[in-house]
Design a protein around this ligand. Structure first.
Ligand code: PLP
Length: 400
């Protein structure tokens, strides 16, 4: 009898973490490595949030809380949804977890039966299909190429839906492409979903506050109220409040789903960290004035990276609406030879070459389900970005 569960044979370790681990290894061996593979803001958690955590610790808020989050935090989340998204939720419709990642996973464990299908637009955040597989479901990938702005066309969604489809996962702005759905885009998606009442929507709005050039963020339950009863809206404090390590995410949806997700959490991890919950209350209820300046910094970096990468022979870099990633195409590098005489056949060959030749760590598009591309995270300083783009340029000019 095999010791490991069969389902583990279906999932693979996170490729983004694999490239980060390889870069770290090379760095430890003394190589000069520039990493553009991180998925978190490089700003510190704002002072007021840190102070709220310290105060909570001193007040003795160091014990278990309710397994799916304190009522004060659920109320703060309801306030956020009302204020920023025009959505009405009550605390019994809110769940708090160890990051948005756990919210998504709880929802899948709570709802997916073997063989249930989950539609995932590609390129996708690497964990979505793996989570579906861990729940014995079937990911159904819908290709969203560059010429569609990396967004799903309604007709492609319609074609992907079958009687077995349980969920559609939406992620706007997207990791890895940075693409964001406008209100009109979401209306088109909603039109299709209204024709298929068995399909629910899991919308991952983690990068809500990182949108640029006057892009107006909207979320599907707001755009189409008729979908409210079958939408799980997922968000968190990681990206907007620079709190990736604190591990607080939240979900809002119909009570029965939220209750089922709570049952999973109460028997697995129980409550997210009590101190982090206190910090998240301050994040959501406190001053929001640092969010716009952070977004301005990210926009400047995006513009810099798009400009520099578009000067590199063989690359094409579209300008994304949000998040802190760009997703250039490396089609022009395929078929070329490196100075060592190796042929670049895939985007994975390309990123391995960048790492070996110039010490630049990025993640290949195949890992996100859409090749030949690579993901660049620009959540780092402009000096690092300039250096990295110069290295990429040198590497590409050395191809023949
Ligand atoms: C699209 C997307 N969703 C969810 C998450 C997870 O966020 P959290 O830190 O809240 O678990 C990430 C983190 O990289 C992400 O990129």
């Amino acid at each position: 009898m095999p010791f490991l569960a069969d389902r583990l044979a279906r999932v693979k370790p996170s490729p983004t973490m694999a490239i980060t681990a390889l870069a770290t290894e090379l760095k430890a061996a003394g190589r000069d490595i520039v990493s553009l593979s991180v998925g978190e803001p490089d700003f510190d958690t704002p002072e007021n949030i840190q102070e709220a955590a310290i105060a909570a610790m001193r007040r003795g808020e160091t014990r278990y809380t309710v397994f799916d989050g304190r009522i004060e935090l659920k109320q703060a989340v309801c306030g956020k949804f009302k204020r920023e998204n025009g959505l009405d939720y009550e605390p019994s419709q809110i769940t708090i977890s160890n990051g948005g990642k756990q919210v998504l996973y709880n929802a899948m464990v709570a709802t997916i039966n073997p063989g249930d299908e989950v539609v995932i637009p590609a390129p996708f955040w690497v964990s979505y299909p793996e989570m579906v597989l861990l729940c014995d479901g079937t990911p159904v990938l819908v290709s969203c190429p560059q010429n569609n702005g990396f967004k799903m066309r309604p007709e492609d969604l319609d074609a992907a839906i079958t009687p077995k489809t349980k969920w559609l996962i939406l992620n706007s702005p997207s990791n890895p492409s940075g693409a964001a759905y406008t209100e009109a885009d979401l209306k088109d998606v909603a039109e299709v979903l209204l024709r298929h009442p068995q399909v629910w929507v899991m919308t991952d709005d983690m990068y809500e506050h990182l949108v640029y050039d006057d892009f107006r963020f909207t979320t599907i339950a707001q755009v189409e109220p008729r979908l409210y009863e079958r939408t799980l809206t997922v968000n968190g404090v990681s990206k907007a409040y620079c709190m990736t390590g604190w591990r607080i995410g939240y979900g809002a949806g119909p009570k029965a789903l939220i209750k089922a997700m709570g049952a999973i959490q109460s028997n697995s991890t129980a409550n997210p960290c009590s101190i982090s919950q206190a910090a998240a209350i301050e994040a959501l209820n406190g001053p929001q004035d640092f969010i716009a300046p952070h977004a301005r910094v990210f926009k400047e970096r995006r513009d810099l990276v798009v400009d520099l990468l578009n000067r590199v022979p063989g690359l094409f870099c579209p300008t994304p609406e949000g998040a802190f990633y760009v997703y250039p195409s490396c089609t022009g590098a395929l078929g070329k030879r490196t100075p060592n005489g190796e042929t670049i056949a895939t985007d994975e060959d390309f990123v391995r070459y960048l790492l070996a030749a110039e010490g630049v760590a990025v993640v290949h598009g195949e890992a996100f389900g859409l090749a030949p591309h690579f993901r660049v995270s620009y959540a780092t300083s402009t000096e690092v970005l300039r250096d990295a783009c110069a290295r990429i340029d040198r590497a590409c000019r050395a191809l023949s």
